[in-house]
Design a protein around this ligand. Sequence first.
Ligand code: TMP
Ligand code: ASP
Length: 248
Amino acid sequence: MASPGNTSKKLYEGKAKIIYRTPDPQVLLTYFKDDATAFNAQKRGQITGKGKINCTISTYLFQCLEQAGIPTHWISTPGDRQMYVKALTIFPLEVVVRNLAAGSLCRQTGLALGYRLDPPLVEFYYKNDALADPLLTPDRLRVMGLATPDQVHILGTKALEINHILQHFFRACAITLVDFKLEFGLDHRGNILLGDEISPDTCRLWDQNSQDETQRVMDKDRFRQDLGQVEQAYQRVLERVAAQSTKN
Ligand code: TMP
Ligand code: ASP
C-alpha cells in the first residue's frame, strides 16, 4: 500500500511509522505501517491491517485522554492510517507503566506473570536501538541529562495519571491494561505533550472474558511469542475501544 506524499517530505521512518513534514513546521503527518518488529528488531514481520487499526485505536485513546485533561500531540486523523500531530522534540525515553508483571519485568526479576503491582511501577528506558533500550536508574537518568529532574518528575506523574484514565477506559471494554509504553516531547512553546501512539503494539492487553493464559492476549505479544491470530486480536481491541468511545 502506498504511503502518502512526496518522499522529499519524509522526515523519518521508524519501525512502525513514517513521519512526513507538512507546510506548517509545527505540524507533522504520521503514517502507520503494517510492519511489526520485536526484540529490538531482531524479529520482523507484517500484521495485515495493523496500521489502520493502530491509527484508529490511538485516535480514540488520544481523544479520551484529551477529554480527561491530558495534552497530547494529536490534531486530527484525516485518513485511516494517517494522523496529523503537533511537532515535538521527543525525550529519548520510553516511559513504561506496569500494573501487572509481564514481559521483561518477569524475565529480569523472576516475578510471576500477572503479579499485581500496587502501586503501579513506572520505569524509564533509554530510547536507543544501538544500546537495546536499557532500563535507567534515577542516577543514570540524572547523569545522562536526557531530561531535567523536574521534567522526569512530570513525566512520571503524567504517566500515572494516564494509567489511571486508561485503566478505567479498558476496564469498561472488559480488557485488563497490564502495562504500556509512552513517549513524551516538548512543543515549540516548551509544553510537555504525550506523543507517539497508544495501541496493541505499545500496550499489553488481556481479555477479561478469557482466563486462558494464551487466549487472553490481545496485543503484540501474539506476534512476539508466535501465538497466532494476531490480526484478529488487534481487530477485537479496535471493536471494543470503538464501542466504548462512542458511548462516552
Ligand atoms: P517489556 O515488558 O518488553 O519491557 O515491555 C513493556 C511494555 O512496553 C509493553 O506493553 C510493550 C511496550 N514496549 C513498547 O511499546 N516498545 C518497546 O520497544 C518495548 C521493549 C516495549
Ligand atoms: N518495538 C520494539 C522493537 O522492535 C520491541 C517490542 O515491541 O518488543 O524492537
